[in-house]
Design a protein around this ligand. Structure first.
Ligand code: FMN
Length: 431
């Protein structure tokens, strides 16, 4: 495939090089990625710079190299944060035993670990080391931890090592590492042509002009879902409740901070959309009457009467089939996750439900990661570990796209697009 059209075309990849004898192969990796159309930035650890100089990488990429975690870029911004945010993927190759350990405990003392730690993009790690270091239980435990975090490992190969011995630990070939990076983006475009609506964040039900009943939802999960759908080519509308994160660029945003406003927005956006993901935490109850004036303290007890809010997702489920989107709900349960989630899915007529346990020792609300299980009417469909929310979003879209196409046909054509609106143009790039 030509570099202009391949999965890496226009992608920004950060290659983090660490202090292994295999660092010279990172030069070839950078070339392979550039040949396939990627824009490559390089970060080096202090040890890596003793093997291959920043000059080599700077001349190859025509871009500044970040070799110190304290570096500022040309605009006086923190270089490792700028790169972490701009990256579509981070590739640590070669990765030393030392850097695997640092990543596994979240250290950020070098430019490479700081970028991997700060980035929300997928991180690919290609270890290279002596066989004894690779098989050491501490290294193996670190590798297992990184896998659990959702890092993508490119296994080292068996072959002759720098020590003169033959064994496992040799860096995978640059072409193999480039293939792995490329595969990250092959899914890009699989939602092309689909109109996706995602709700995110919490609602705030007013008591008076300054007080409300709300919840701690941050909007991070819904935002990650919207961002991932955008990156895969969908036209995305984000219905944003109260959120502690900014909506991603390249998606249409409708603000809706009360359950009633959220209902109105969903009822306007959902008809004719292909897929609706209701990740927002919509309050079940709202004060019956919000006071027009700020309620004064007068020493007396205050009773706030609550009335049930509309069940938005159930209302969407009842839409005529020609305009009803494929429907994914969320269930946050403090107990009996499976029974409650499947019960909710069946009662409300959803296609899929994403369940997570709240109120336990781990608090997913506001966190950057979560452990979720997706249920269909036949039961649990996934057994995923704790993952960063962006990676949950990617896995969710793999599953949703598959189920959507099984239910609606390869292009969703089975559904008569009665209420469908024209596409609002390209979804835009990730950042
Ligand atoms: C010649 C030489 C080759 C080395 N090769 C490796 C290697 O392949 N893998 C590894 O994990 N460490 C290797 N090391 C040790 C690392 O350079 C050392 O652990 C260093 O602290 C790694 O720093 P970094 O992870 O911040 O880059 C090598 C050291 C030397 C002197």
């Amino acid at each position: 495939m030509s570099p202009e059209r391949g999965p890496l075309a226009g992608r920004r990849i950060v290659v983090g090089v660490t202090g292994s004898i295999a660092a010279y192969k990172a030069v070839l990796l950078v070339r392979r990625l550039m040949e396939r159309g990627a824009t490559v930035d390089v970060a080096l650890t202090r040890s890596a710079a003793a093997f291959v100089t920043p000059l080599t990488f700077a001349s190859l990429t025509h871009r500044p190299v970040v070799s110190d975690v304290l570096d500022l870029d040309a605009e006086q911004q923190i270089a490792h944060i700028e790169l972490a945010e701009a990256a579509d993927a981070v590739v640590v190759a070669p990765a030393t035993a030392n850097v695997l350990a640092e990543l596994a405990i979240g250290m950020a003392s070098s430019s490479v670990t700081a970028i991997a730690c700060a980035s929300r993009a997928p991180v690919v790690v290609a270890p290279a080391m002596d066989a004894g270091m690779w098989t050491n239980p501490a290294t193996q435990r670190n590798v297992a931890t990184l896998r659990e975090f959702g890092y993508l490992l490119v296994e080292p190969e068996v072959g002759s090592l720098a020590s003169g011995l033959t064994g496992i630990g040799r860096l995978a070939e640059p072409g193999t590492i480039a293939d792995t990076v490329e595969r990250l983006f092959e899914r890009a475009g699989d939602l092309e042509g689909l109109r996706v609506v995602v709700s995110a964040g919490g609602t705030r039900e007013p008591i008076d002009p300054v007080r409300f009943i709300g919840n701690r939802s941050s909007g991070k999960m819904g935002t990650a879902i919207a961002e991932a759908a955008r990156d895969r080519g969908a036209t995305v509308t984000l219905i944003a409740g109260a959120m502690s994160v900014n909506p991603p660029p390249g998606v249409s945003v409708v603000n809706a901070t009360t359950a009633q406003a959220m209902r109105q927005a969903v009822m306007r956006e959902a008809p004719g959309a292909d897929i609706l993901v209701m990740a927002a935490a919509v309050a079940d109850f709202a004060p019956k009457q919000a006071s027009g004036r700020k309620i004064k303290r007068d020493g007396a007890e205050l009773q706030v009467e609550l009335v049930p809010n509309p069940d938005i997702i159930a209302e969407v489920a009842e839409m005529p089939t020609d305009i009803r989107p494929f429907l994914i709900g969320f269930a946050a349960e403090s107990q009996d996750l499976e029974a409650n989630a499947i019960g909710k899915l069946r009662d409300k007529g959803l296609d899929l439900i994403v369940g997570n346990v709240v109120g336990g020792p781990f608090d997913a609300i506001g966190s950057d990661e979560n452990k979720v299980t997706v249920f269909g009417s036949e039961g649990a469909l996934t057994d995923w570990p704790m993952l960063p929310k962006r990676q949950i979003a990617e896995r969710l879209w793999d599953l949703i796209a598959d189920r959507y196409r099984s239910a609606r046909g390869p292009d969703g054509a089975q559904k008569e697009k009665a209420g469908r609106r024209p596409r609002a143009g390209s979804a835009g790039s990730r950042r």
